[in-house]
Design a binder for this molecule. Sequence first.
Ligand code: GTP
Length: 347
Amino acid sequence: MFDRLREKLGDFRKSIDEKLKASPQEPVQEKAEAKVEEKIEAPKAEAPAEAPRSGILDRAKAITRGEVILSEKDLEGPLWELEMALLESDVALPVAESIIDRIRKDLSGQHKKFLRSTGDIAEDALRDAILTILSAHTLDFDDYVKGHDKPVIVVFTGVNGTGKTTTIAKLAERLKESNVGVVIAAGDTFRAGAIEQLQKHADRLGVKMIKHDQGSDPAAVIYDAVAYAKSNKKDVVLADTAGRLHTNVNLMEQLKKISRIIRPDLVIFVDEAIAGNDAVERAKLFNDAVPISGSILTKADADSKGGAAISIAHITGKPILFLGVGQEYKDLRKFDPDWFVERLLER
Ligand SMILES: Nc1nc2c(ncn2[C@@H]2O[C@H](COP(=O)(O)OP(=O)(O)OP(=O)(O)O)[C@@H](O)[C@H]2O)c(=O)[nH]1
């Protein structure tokens, strides 16, 4: 999973190390240090506060202290390569730029002790930049369900065939395992076969499903499912909706209507991790139409590049809640930013 992005992030680390090996800034011995310090520590020689921190004098002083200063020039090449690597791994341009800016600010002009390799320092900056994006907004689905008034109404949105139905079944299984009462609403009344497909999952899981005929009003189906949950003391309503292209105005209007009438507690956008930048674009448009609470990325077990997760979190400003990692009900992994970043940076 995410092998390609991991490989490329590893290259960034090496590239920074190599860059600095090419223009070594060796720490100087204690004795020599005293001399140089004497010379350059004269009060007049002190650089004004606003002077560039990576000036020659600053560099000399840092070297005597066994530090390295990373200049913008040192970083230029590796950061360019990193930006290209992020773009090739499905990180959207504004997101890649924001990561690069953050790393540049974090590293350039910084005095770093020689205790660790510069590659490690660069890796820390990269880790911070990605974690900041992924952890900016958090939502723990299980805690939310536990703490919220019942029934909790969850509506799923997204395009066709991304794994929405399977994801609803996986979540139903997850909730059932924690003794949470679940009702499924067959809100995809548009696609032939969608109701039967969901019914099969509900039967297999032993979960109640509320359905109307194909072509009926999805808001009415979900409304009935909520009424059922209230009168049968069920905790959560998981409502499917028809897969739709964000360009389909009527279906997007229908989604807005569902949202207006049902007033869901959570709207979850489902798309494929492997869809890359297409998924990012769709997440933005769905979020603009009916604001989402978070996203679930399916098929992360397939050859996904990993960048979509970072981009979707950044562009929607909403958390990634889960990753689909296979076709079985158990194949749903809670999205943990630390776990994700560690996987990307593991060597
Ligand atoms: N490998 C893998 N396959 C998945 C995952 N999630 C779903 N699938 C498969 O993707 C295919 C489509 O999933 P569905 O759940 O039918 O898709 P859908 O979004 O409900 O489709 P529509 O009903 O057309 O909107 C199925 O074959 C699923 O088994 C996943 O996390 N990993």
